[in-house]
Every structure is written in structure tokens, then in C-alpha cells.
Design a protein around this ligand. Structure first.
Ligand code: SAM
Ligand code: SF4
Length: 285
């Protein structure tokens, strides 16, 4: 089993598409330690908000590494500087950095991380606008171990334009043809399945397998549902029936569509077409 922590709901960026309510709440180091003492986990994902803004992030990285955990650190890349890179490198943490447009500062930080031997993976929230930068992004960060194309998801705030399948699949094709040119291992969020096919009948759902802990210390089915469903005080993976999932139920496609919506965060391997849960990507070498 793996575990992910929303260590903080603070962020220093404020992306216009962010699905998470940035309340400033923080999960204490003591609480994280207490949780980890009661479960048996391998990979620990630190996310947020911006996890590098957690006041005890360096101690936390060192603690996890001493426990022998593999660490996935999700970040917007702004704080990946001299101040934090040594702790990340010493903990042997793997980076997953959202990089949608070319940005000199973040690119410089990622180059520095790479030079220190840290594994850098990219997350790219794919839009018609961002695809224009994708060639630059790949050229610039050509050492990226993998790149994940994310489907822009709106959780009811009505701030994100969610693509219909007729727009999304051609956009994905365009993006994948670019990443392929650069030879970067690519994963994507497929977000839809054709009606009647096996995938539509047996929708993949990441819940029930791993633990997702929000900044309040409670467990939730997954990162998208932390503000949508009640937290569970028991530290057990929370299962969600995809047919009753709040996100899928609240965002149906018209009956006339050839597609149904599936969990937007289930990841497809560009090469073998298999489905993965985000925290298990590292297992695919
Ligand atoms: C909430 S962020 C936290 C980590 C870090 N601050 C970052 O931006 O990478 C976790 C992941 O969600 C992605 N994300 C945020 N809002 C999204 C949205 N509306 N649709 C799809 N992905 C989103 C980010 O790109 C990132 O990969
Ligand atoms: S950097 Fe991450 S947490 Fe911060 S606003 Fe952007 S997506 Fe949300």
C-alpha cells in the first residue's frame, strides 16, 4: 500500500485552474509521524498546496528517507532552490513538477535538481494554450524521466474549461506527437471511455487501494474528493464506487454522446495502454 499526504493547503502560486481550496491548513509533522507508525506503506507522496511551504518539510524528508520510504514530491517548482535541493537529494526523493509554460526560473531550478542527480518528472495540465509551449517545455527539460499530460478538471468552481472528448482526444494526440519527438516517456489522463466498451463497463478507480490523507489528518478516497466527501478518521483506504463518484455523477456527458466520463486522474501508459494509479507510476521502469 502507498500513502499520499496533502501536507499543506498553503501555496505560493495560485494557478487559475487549481482544484484545491487553498485554506492554509497544515498537517503537523507529529501527526504525519503518528499516522506512519500505524500503517505499513512503501511510497509516500507529499503534495498540497505546495509541500515545500510546510515548515518541517526538510525534517519530514529526512525522516521518510530514514524509514526507507520511497518519496514522491509534487511541486510547482518555485522553491526548488539551494535551500531545499540538498534535503531532497539526501532523501533520494523523486520530483513531479507541474510545468505548463516555459519559465526561466523553474527551468533553472529543474536543471539544478537534475545536476544534483535528482529524478525529475513533469506534470503538464494540457490545454489548447499550453500545447503551444509543449515543444519548448520538452526541449528545455529534455532530461525529464517522464511527462504526465493532465486533463483539466473543474470541481464545481466553474473556473476550468473541461474539454469534451471530441476536443480532448485530438488535443492529446497533438501533445503526444510532440513529446514523442523528444523521446520523453509519456503518460496521460484519458478522462473518457467509449460507451459499450470494457473500459466503460469497468471504470478504473484509484480508490480503496492506497491512503490519501488531507491536511486535517483524515483519510479520503482520492485527492479530487477532499472537499466533496466526508473524511474518515480510521486510517484505511477509502473505496468509492465509480458509478456513484461525486465527480463523475456531477459531470455527466449528454445521453447522445458516444462516450462516458471516467475518473480523470487514472493514468494511461502511452506505450502499453495499461492503467495506473498516480503513486504507482514509479514502479514502471
Ligand atoms: C494540487 S497540485 C499540488 C502540487 C503542486 N502545487 C503542483 O502544482 O504541482 C497536485 C496536482 O494537481 C494538478 N492540478 C491542479 N489543479 C488541476 C486541475 N484543475 N485539473 C487537473 N490537474 C490539476 C497539478 O498540476 C499537480 O500535478
Ligand atoms: S501550484 Fe499546485 S497547489 Fe498551487 S495553485 Fe497551482 S496547482 Fe494549486
Amino acid at each position: 500500500m502507498d500513502i499520499a499526504f496533502n501536507v499543506t493547503r498553503k501555496c505560493n502560486k495560485g494557478c487559475d485552474y487549481c482544484y484545491l481550496s487553498l485554506t492554509g491548513e497544515e498537517l503537523s509533522f507529529d501527526k504525519i509521524r503518528e499516522i506512519l507508525e500505524s500503517v505499513d506503506v512503501e511510497t509516500v507522496t507529499l503534495t498540497g498546496g505546495e509541500p515545500l511551504m510546510h515548515p518541517d518539510i526538510k525534517e519530514l524528508l529526512s525522516f521518510l528517507s530514514q524509514r526507507g520510504n520511497h518519496i514522491h514530491l509534487l511541486s510547482n517548482g518555485i522553491l526548488l532552490t539551494e535551500d531545499y535541493l540538498p534535503a531532497i537529494s539526501e532523501a533520494n526523493a523523486e520530483l513531479f513538477v507541474t510545468y505548463n509554460d516555459s519559465n526561466k526560473k523553474i527551468s533553472g531550478n529543474l536543471h539544478e535538481a537534475n545536476q544534483r542527480g535528482i529524478d525529475v518528472n513533469l506534470h503538464h495540465v494540457l490545454t489548447e494554450r499550453s500545447v503551444a509551449s509543449l515543444d519548448d517545455v520538452c526541449q528545455n527539460i529534455n532530461f525529464a524521466k517522464s511527462l504526465l499530460l493532465l486533463y483539466p478538471t473543474d470541481l464545481g468552481q466553474e473556473i476550468v474549461n473541461m474539454y469534451d472528448p471530441e476536443k480532448w482526444f485530438p488535443l492529446l494526440d497533438r501533445a503526444i506527437s510532440i513529446t514523442q519527438l523528444h523521446g520523453i516517456k509519456t503518460y496521460f489522463e484519458q478522462a473518457f471511455a467509449k460507451k459499450g466498451l470494457d473500459l466503460a463497463k469497468q471504470q478504473p478507480c484509484p480508490t480503496g487501494k492506497d491512503l490519501f490523507i488531507d491536511a486535517n489528518g483524515m483519510s479520503y478516497p482520492c485527492c479530487l474528493l477532499v472537499d466533496k466527501v466526508q473524511g474518515n478518521e480510521r486510517l484505511v483506504p477509502v473505496r468509492m464506487n465509480p458509478k456513484k463518484c461525486n465527480f463523475i455523477r456531477d459531470n455527466p456527458l449528454p445521453d447522445s454522446s458516444d462516450y462516458i466520463r471516467i475518473c480523470p486522474i487514472v493514468i494511461t501508459d502511452r506505450y502499453d495502454g495499461s492503467f495506473q494509479f498516480p503513486s504507482h507510476l514509479g514502479e514502471k521502469k
